[in-house]
Design a protein around this ligand. Sequence first.
Ligand code: FES
Length: 156
Amino acid sequence: MRITSSLVTRRTFLNTLFGGWLLAFFSGSLYSLIKFAFPTIDKEPDFVVLFARDFLPIAPNSVKSFAWGGKVGLFLKKTNGAIFALKGVCTHMECNITYKPEEKKFYCACHKGWFDDNGKNIEGPPPKPLEFFDIIISNENLIIVKKGVNIDPAKI
Ligand code: FES
């Protein structure tokens, strides 16, 4: 059997096209309004304050995550007991990374990127090392500070 006329009429095609345009227009407008109303969404903090008792006792060669704005931060205790804090986000396309204690490396599953435990990009597409933060231990707090930011722990 041969179809002699189109199943999609000109009217249906134009209505679909117009509906798609309307949807795109209102989605863009809504996104702009949300960004205007909440300008700190996606903004990273200069520092975060954590309870030291929740992080300092973790086992050597392990990590514990914390909230770094809308992203994940990682607190790392190396085998020798040295502690570090870093952004737990890959430098390629910002996927979350995981720590592989048996290899002492960070792994990004998105495109098989690898970082050593010093944050150096060693394999795969990540173009630069992981971002590390400064750590200040003050009273019962652990203050994780973005590099280059000066804060006074006494005022926190
Ligand atoms: S996002 Fe991590 S390797 Fe691509």
